[in-house]
Each structure stands twice: as C-alpha cells, then as structure tokens.
Ligand binder design. Structure first.
Ligand code: HEC
Ligand code: HEC
Length: 353
C-alpha cells in the first residue's frame, strides 16, 4: 500500500490529544528510526497520529461496509432532485473537500448564502454548519440532502433509485443486515460513516510535531511562533489538534451582519454575527474564506486580523489591531500553508469508487 509511509506507521487509535507542548513526548514513541513498525495492515478507520479514536453514535457504529457504501453515495448525483449534484460537487477532494466558490450553488443553480466548508475531521465536531444548527453528522447530512439550496432530494425518488440499483441492493444488505432495503435513512447513516473517516493529520506541520525538524523553514517557524503568541491570540480560538475550539465568535467582518449566524439557532442578540471557528487544516487550498466566502486570500485574512476588524457590537475582544510587520504577515501565511495535507488530497480511499 503506497499510503504506508513512515508517518503512516504512526497511524493508530490513540486518545492522546496533541498540542505543541506534548509533541516532543509524542515523538519518542512514534517517529524515532528505531521504533518497531506496526505490522497491522493500515485501515481506513485508523486515525492520524495524535488524534482521538473516531467517535460514532451507538445507533450507527462504524463498519467498513457502511464506509464503502457511503463513499458510493457521496459521488452519486442521482440523489439530488434533478440528478445533477452529488456531495462531491461542493466538497471536492483536491480542494480539501470544499468547492472553491464564495457561496455554493445547489440544484437549479440556487445560491446558498454560505461558503462550502471542509468536511475533514468533522467526526470530532459537536456542532455542524457555521451556525451549529445540527448536532450530529447524521442530522447535518439530512440537512444537506433535503435542503432546497443544496441537493433538495425527494425521499420517495431516492428510495426508488437506490432500490432499482443492483450494487446498492447488495451493499445495503451487506452493511445493514440481509433484510435491509435501501432507503434515505440508511443512506444518511452510510454517508455519515464515510464522512467520519475523512481525516486529515499528515501535513508538514504534523510531521514537524512528530520530530521531522527539517519539515518547516525558518519563516514557517516564525509564523508558528506568532500564531501561538499572546500578541496574535490566533491559537486561543483555533486550538487543539483540529485548530478549532468548536465555539462561535464574531471576528468583526462587518458592522452589520446580513447573515445572523449562531443567533439563527439561539435567537439571542449576543450571538448575532457569530460563527463556528473553522478548522485551519488545509486552509492553503480552501479559498475563499469565512462563512460567506467574502475574503479571497490568506493574505487578506491576515490583513483583516491585523486591522482588528470592524467595530461590531459582538466582536470578540481578542480581535484588536495586531501591529504586524510585513515580514510577520508573510510568516503567518507561510505557517498556514504548512497545514496542507498532501496525503488527504490524493488518498485513493476517498476517491470516486
Ligand atoms: C450545493 C453544495 C453542497 C452540497 C451538494 C452538499 N454540501 Fe455539504 N455543505 C455545503 C455548505 C454551503 C455547508 C455549510 C452550510 C451552513 O453552514 O449553513 C455544508 C456543510 C457540510 C458539513 C458540515 C461541515 C461543518 O464543519 O459543520 C458536512 C459534514 C457536509 N456539508 C457534508 C455533505 C454531504 C455528506 C453531502 C451530500 C449528502 C453534502 N454535504 C452536500 C454545501 C454543500
Ligand atoms: C476570537 C476567536 C478567533 C481568533 C482570536 C482568531 N480567529 Fe480566525 N476565525 C475565527 C472565526 C469564528 C472564523 C470564521 C468567521 C466567519 O466565518 O465569519 C475564523 C476564520 C479564520 C480563517 C478562515 C478559515 C476558513 O476556512 O474560512 C482563517 C484563515 C483564520 N481565521 C486564521 C486566523 C489567524 C491567523 C488568527 C490570528 C491572527 C485568527 N484566525 C484569530 C475565530 C478566531
């Protein structure tokens, strides 16, 4: 398996959460040349080094059969109302499962108001969508499938199409039991299983944490120091192994937010204009940025933070002018690019079957 690189030896289920502090200790058990390689065959259910085991709900345990079925469904345009749009059209592997558009287009070219976020590492999330309106992946995927601005699926039609397909008839019974006929409820479980294994943790920065000191340049190291500094406070929101605190904040993008964000769910004035902190993994390939795709480049994202955002009433108090030099800005951008995981972008287990 070409996926089995040295760092892939480090892929195993573990409950160690990494931070830059524990990184050195972690390396001793993993990255050293003398470590005995794991003879276990790598599985799509293995997690990147330092990641917790993949959580899955009790009524939808993770199995290889469901994952494989979910992968087929992820690429199947027939699920959408006019059969023109599959999950992959808005979540493309080569763009770290985003679509490159400011806001994505659903069936009939219908514009949603939001930027397509990455689906990587969402298995660890507790709130889905930018406003956190779904609390499980199953609920989230139900939303994607039936939303008028996304796939706008017709439940009866989906069932009909799946039941008429011999691959699906066999694979649904292999995955869910021999008497299980395809339907959209089970399709959602399979899709969630596939999304759960789309993990990203093999960036140059991860390799650096595992002891490959040459993985980062001097400028990238300077960017890392700034990212984790008191001065920028980036890492106080973009923290942990997935660079997110899973909370909702306003970064002061606007004086008046057209999209009310988290307040759409909570109805509270203090939540207007707050959005879920996105992961920064692979942000080098997920432009444009922010909930509405209004910021085109990482350079512009850094300019936004350096200016300290607009004087919006709910703006988080950490968003203040940073007084970065142009070298600082360049270094921060360089650091963000080290979070790109080339393995993820090419991994064949995630490709169209
Ligand atoms: C028309 C484009 C489009 C299609 C098709 C689509 N999505 Fe999405 N997806 C989005 C957008 C936009 C969001 C964010 C919406 C929001 O925050 O309100 C999103 C959010 C998500 C999220 C949550 C990410 C997070 O961090 O909260 C997951 C997971 C996801 N989609 C998976 C899927 C799956 C699986 C399918 C197929 C059943 C699918 N999507 C189909 C555009 C799309
Ligand atoms: C108060 C918490 C907070 C702090 C501090 C913070 N961010 Fe963010 N960041 C967010 C939130 C929330 C968003 C999404 C905002 C939106 O969509 O309107 C975001 C968005 C981003 C994005 C766009 C990601 C995407 O996929 O769209 C990047 C890149 C980013 N932040 C980098 C940084 C850097 C670099 C710093 C430090 C200079 C930083 N952030 C500081 C909370 C924070």
């Amino acid at each position: 398996m070409n996926f089995l690189t040295k760092s892939a030896y480090c892929y195993r289920n573990t409950l160690v959460r990494f931070s830059s502090v524990v990184a050195c200790a972690v390396f001793i058990s993993c990255g050293s040349e003398t470590a005995v390689p794991d003879t276990k065959q790598p599985s799509v259910m293995d997690v990147p080094f330092g990641f917790p085991a993949i959580p899955a709900p009790q009524d939808n345990p993770l199995t290889l059969e469901k994952i494989e079925l979910g992968r087929h469904l992820f690429y199947d345009k027939r699920l959408s109302l006019d059969q023109t749009l599959a999950c992959v059209d808005c979540h493309k592997q080569e763009l770290a499962f985003t679509d490159g558009l400011p806001v994505s287009r659903g069936v009939n070219g219908e514009h949603g108001g939001r930027n397509s976020p990455t689906i990587v590492n969402t298995s660890y999330q507790t709130a889905f969508f930018f406003d956190g309106r779904a609390s499980t992946l199953e609920e989230q995927i139900h939303g994607a499938l039936f939303s008028p601005v996304e796939m706008y699926a017709d439940e009866g039609k989906v069932t009909e199409i799946l039941q008429a397909d011999s691959y699906y008839k066999t694979q649904f019974s292999t995955a869910f039991g021999k008497d299980s006929l395809p339907n959209s409820r089970l399709a959602i479980k399979a899709l969630a299983s596939f999304v759960r294994i789309v993990l990203s943790g093999d960036s140059r920065y991860d390799r650096f944490l595992q002891g490959q000191t040459s993985a980062l340049t001097m400028m990238e190291l300077r960017g890392r120091d700034l990212f984790f500094s008191e001065q920028t406070q980036c890492a106080s929101c973009h923290n942990g192994f997935n660079f997110t605190d899973d909370k909702f904040h306003s970064t002061g993008l606007y004086l008046h937010y057209y999209d009310k964000g988290r307040a759409l769910v909570t109805n509270q004035a203090k939540d207007v204009g707050t959005f879920k902190t996105p992961t920064l993994r692979n942000c080098g390939v997920t432009a444009p940025y922010m909930h509405d795709g209004s910021v085109a480049t990482l350079e512009e994202v850094i300019e936004h933070y350096d200016h300290g955002g607009k004087a919006f009433v709910n703006k988080d108090k950490r968003i203040v002018p940073l007084k970065l030099s142009s070298d600082d800005k360049q270094a921060l951008v360089a650091f963000l690019h080290t979070l790109t995981d080339e393995t993820l972008l090419k991994r064949k287990e995630f490709k169209k079957p």
